[in-house]
Design a binder for this molecule. Structure first.
Ligand code: NAD
Length: 263
């Protein structure tokens, strides 16, 4: 028996990092997974790998800022697998590394659009679909940067803080309406994914200090548990929120950060 037998999930940003690990884990626990991503080549490979392992998955090309594309992804779940029970709003991009005084409005809008507007659109279309099939679980990937500030990450901080409160509003609206839909946010610390590696290489994370290896060491020291996260650490938390084991949790924020924010 899998913990998600009979469930149908959409995972955005499924081609890499946390989304790829989550797609594989949810499928291994019995869910049919609609993997969505803007990177079609890498996304197709993730869905193929799940199928090769005996799981159920399909890939849909999807820009999470595009409302019409959201309708296509939800339709793929409903028509391909019969229902929608789980949405993981995971797709996102990293901070640009500029101070507020240097940040262009265009750059601000790009991060807000991909990291926050997307979560609004996902919640909107998933609630519409889930309420007709008796409920579900929406898991929004925020960040510790949705809880604490970081210099040169204004748009990312604002987007991830927005995801935190948007999740609570969605949770309250769904509870009030009696839809049986739970909505929670997850707040990862630094996780070793292509997003973090690129941010390190670009000097975004470390503020241009030292080599990439030194930046990773510096980041590691900020996590009292003594290592960076790995995608499976976050996937495990997502699985818990997706499953009935978290049936009494809605509007909550699950911090998975190796102790980063405990100081
Ligand atoms: N890695 C970390 O340290 C960390 C920490 C906290 C929160 N997060 C959040 O976790 C989520 C996943 O991060 P990750 O580290 O796995 O990143 P990643 O870069 O490894 O993967 C992100 C995926 O999102 C996709 N994507 C980007 N823009 C998109 C768009 N417009 N439409 C659809 N897909 C798009 C990318 O193609 C990629 O496959 C993000 O929301 C990120 O902000 C990551």
């Amino acid at each position: 028996m899998g913990r998600l037998d009979g469930k149908v999930a959409i995972v955005t940003g499924a081609a890499k990092g946390i989304g790829a690990s989550t797609s594989a884990l949810l499928a291994a626990e019995g869910a049919a997974v609609v993997c969505s991503d803007i990177d079609a080549d890498a996304g197709e490979k993730i869905a193929d790998a799940i199928q090769n392992d005996g799981g159920r998955a399909t890939f849909v090309a999807h820009d999470v800022t595009d409302e019409a594309a959201w309708e296509r992804v939800v339709t793929a779940a409903l028509e391909g697998f019969g229902q929608l029970d789980i949405l993981v709003n995971n797709a996102g991009i990293a901070p640009t590394g500029e101070a507020i005084e240097d940040l262009t409005l265009e750059s601000w809008h790009q991060v807000i659009s991909i990291d926050l507007d997307s979560v609004f659109l996902g919640c909107k279309h998933a609630i519409r679909a889930m309420k007709t099939s008796g409920g579900g679980s929406i898991i929004n990937i925020s960040s510790i940067m949705g809880l604490i500030g970081q210099p040169r990450a204004a748009a990312y901080n604002a987007a991830k803080g927005g995801v935190r409160l948007l999740s609570k509003v969605a949770a309250l609206e769904c509870a009030e309406a009696g839809y049986g839909i739970r909505v929670n946010s997850i707040h990862p610390g630094f996780v070793d994914t292509p997003l973090v590696r690129k941010a390190v290489d670009d000097g975004v994370v470390s503020g241009q200090m030292g080599s990439a290896n030194e930046a990773i060491e510096m980041l590691t020291m900020l996590h009292p548990i003594g290592r960076l996260g790995v995608p499976r650490d976050i996937a495990n938390a997502i699985l818990f929120l997706a499953s009935e084991e978290s049936a009494f949790m809605t509007g909550s924020e699950l911090v998975v950060d190796g102790g980063y924010t405990a100081r």
